[in-house]
Design a protein around this ligand. Structure first.
Ligand code: AMP
Ligand code: FES
Ligand code: ZN
Ligand code: ZN
Length: 333
């Protein structure tokens, strides 16, 4: 197996690109794919301050590393979700990377800062853990970006993630979500009550959409980045994992099918669903407690904190979904 660029010994084969690469050219390939995604979708302008949402997994650490290698002013933030050993190890991986690169990592701990954690929130709300988890992450990441004066938030969603979400959204024809499923969500300016206009949502970008999961994992291994290998124990039985498995089966038989599906959607269909997403939020006003934009009196995050805070922690095992799919309410994509 020879590198497609230098003909040296290859360390990885990328069937969907019909190419093999040596370590150096594979790392360059990863950086090039990120540059291309950023350019094609106008994700980040030179000189902008980037906040990378870091889970401690392969994707967000690879993303942070690549953005730094490309010269971006990128700092990190991580949220301790309180999911037992998994969260402890995730935070440790993020902290170790930040220390190694000498970069700032903002830290929020749900239990320490808000007196709840994801297992407890799942038990109290009787919804799948990913529901309160996604809501908490969205809110706190947006807040951290606005408060910290960052121009843009970057997340580690990769090609497999986006193709699986797309698959689910198409399977159920969630047209509103299809209208929102873009690699860049523009910032939004709004008015908080009678106050002056300000940014109420930061721009959010997904620079890894051109890289598959296997590639971000290989990137970390070749760069010597320690990441948390385990998947979230609460996501077991999650629909997205099943969609990923289904798409992997298709990809194995037809390499390139996954990217054709997702990029084809972006090129040919995404804009057709934009009207379904526009205006779906209704009129926004400021949350009575935290000032975040919401359609009601209190935002969904503050309502979650009201319900979930102050309870004793619930062991992860008690709320972990059973394999094979228990009866779950639908989680937002
Ligand atoms: P997930 O929703 O777990 O698939 O993660 C998608 C992206 O959200 C990751 O690539 C990160 O950029 C971000 N993210 C996930 N978990 C955390 C966390 N605990 N703290 C900060 N960002 C996170
Ligand atoms: Fe959110 Fe597992 S990471 S529920
Ligand atoms: Zn090479
Ligand atoms: Zn609020």
């Amino acid at each position: 197996m020879k590198c497609a660029v230098c003909r040296g010994p290859a360390v990885i084969d990328l069937r969907r690109h019909n190419a093999n690469f040596c370590a150096d050219h594979f790392l360059k390939f990863c950086r090039d794919q990120v540059v291309r995604a950023i350019d094609e979708h106008d994700m980040i302008e030179p000189g902008e301050r980037v906040l990378v949402a870091v889970s401690g997994g392969k994707d967000s650490l690879a993303l942070w590393d690549i953005l730094l290698e490309l010269g971006y002013d990128a700092e990190g933030m991580t949220i301790g979700l309180g999911i037992g050993d998994y969260s402890t190890a995730s935070t440790e991986a993020a902290v170790a990377f930040a220390a190694r690169r000498g970069r700032r990592l903002g830290r929020i701990d749900l239990r320490g800062d808000y007196d709840y954690d994801i297992p407890t929130a799942a038990a109290v709300t009787r919804r799948v853990p990913c529901s309160s988890c996604g809501l908490s992450k969205r809110h706190l990441i947006d807040r951290a970006a606005l408060d910290g004066g960052y121009d843009v938030v970057a997340t580690g969603h990769n090609l497999d993630d986006e193709a699986a979400v797309l698959f689910g959204n198409v399977l159920h024809w969630h047209t509103e979500y299809l209208g929102r499923q873009r690699p860049v969500l523009a910032e939004r300016i709004g008015r908080a009550g009678s106050g002056s206009e300000r940014r109420v949502f930061p721009r959010k970008v997904k620079p890894l959409i051109r890289l598959a999961e296997r590639e971000t994992a290989a990137y970390c291994v070749l760069r010597g980045i320690d990441y948390i290998v385990e998947e979230c124990p609460m996501a077991e039985g999650n629909r997205h994992l099943r969609y990923k498995e289904a798409l992997n089966a298709v990809e194995a038989a037809s390499p390139g099918a996954k990217q054709a599906f997702y990029f084809g959607f972006l090129d040919n269909a995404a804009s057709r669903f934009a009207p379904d997403a526009d205006g779906a939020d209704g009129e926004l006003r400021a949350c009575g407690r935290c000032g975040s934009p919401t359609t009601g009196d209190l935002c969904a995050f503050c309502r979650l904190v009201d319900r979930a805070a102050g309870h004793d922690p619930v062991p992860v095992e008690l709320v972990r979904p059973r394999r094979g799919g228990a009866k779950h309410r639908r989680a937002r994509s």
